[in-house]
Design a protein around this ligand. Structure first.
Ligand SMILES: NC(=O)c1ccc[n+]([C@@H]2O[C@H](COP(=O)([O-])OP(=O)(O)OC[C@H]3O[C@@H](n4cnc5c(N)ncnc54)[C@H](OP(=O)(O)O)[C@@H]3O)[C@@H](O)[C@H]2O)c1
Length: 262
């Protein structure tokens, strides 16, 4: 017999994004056969309902809507969660972007309150969508110029990621964390996922990244790792990915230069 103590409660931030929606789809399927409780933060409930029709009728799902800076909404989302998944983020090089800092600040403030208020409170584990650019081992495999190009073309979201990640990593009394550090994210069919602490390929599809997140969320052994890369098994196809990578770098560099000039 399943007791409430057996239930794995998972708080999810970023559920309506391209990575997050795949994770939610997988976890909803898993919840048919194992005791999972999903507590989902969104800023727009209607978007989630369009992406996941019928999700509001599932007994094991709770949805919390509000501003990302609203600590009370974060507290409701996080209450009782053993696992936190964050796939919040911004892909374009938008000056001043702070979605990740806002998310990290709210999560930390909410956990401080929950820790102070709830008897028997236990530290949750966070699976946090980061980037291979912030993994020294993975980045060292790139030619230095390519590394510089990527860091510069996405300078604003990377600045946001660096600050948010640093805050979470130093909050050791409130949470433990595994950074998920993929290479280029691509919209295409999955070819199978690879989780590695040693290396990443050129690209990972959202399908494969979402499947990898699900595996890590459900298996406790991944909580011992501070940082992992996730790639698609067929993620090393430069000719296939180059046009999309160059397009993103071109527009990212333009945005970077504009933000320096204006
Ligand atoms: N692009 C790449 O090649 C690449 C490579 C490695 C790592 N990454 C990392 O991946 C992340 C992006 O992942 P993704 O493509 O899955 O993202 P995405 O599809 O853009 O989804 C982002 C999620 O964050 C939410 N969000 C954004 N701004 C918000 C705000 N101000 N308040 C509340 N929620 C907000 C979005 O909500 P809505 O749905 O309501 O907008 C959505 O759920 C980036 O942060 C980047 O660091 C990207």
């Amino acid at each position: 017999m399943v007791t409430p103590a057996d239930t794995r409660t998972i708080a999810i931030f970023g559920a309506t994004g391209q990575t997050g929606r795949v994770i939610v789809r997988h976890l909803l399927a898993q919840a048919e056969s194992r005791p999972l409780q999903l507590q989902i933060y969104v800023r727009d409930r209607a978007k989630l309902f369009t992406l996941c029709p019928g999700i509001d009728t599932k007994p094991h799902v709770q949805i919390f809507q509000g501003a990302l800076t609203d600590v009370e909404v974060a507290k409701s989302t996080l209450s009782g969660a053993q696992i936190i998944v964050s796939t919040l983020g911004e892909n374009d090089n938008v000056p001043g972007v702070r979605v990740l800092q806002d998310g990290a600040n709210s999560i930390i403030a909410a956990l401080e309150d929950l820790k102070a208020q709830q008897k028997g409170w236990q530290k949750p584990h966070v699976f946090y969508l980061s980037s291979s650019t912030y993994n020294a081992r993975f980045a060292a495999e790139r030619p230095p110029f390519v590394h510089w190009l990527i860091k510069t073309a996405f300078s604003h979201p990377y600045a946001d990621l660096a600050k948010a990640q640093a805050r979470l990593l130093e909050s050791t009394s409130l949470l433990s964390i595994t950074l998920i550090q993929p290479p280029v994210l691509i919209e295409e069919e999955g070819t199978g996922h690879e989780i590695s602490t040693e290396s990443v390929r050129l690209a990972v599809s959202y399908e494969d990244l979402g499947a990898a997140f699900m595996e890590m969320v459900l298996e406790d052994r991944y909580q011992e790792l501070l940082a992992v890369g996730v790639s698609s098994k067929l993620g090393d196809r430069p000719a296939r990915y180059a046009p999309e990578i160059f397009r993103r770098i071109f527009w990212g560099m333009l945005a970077h230069i504009k933000s320096l000039v204006f």
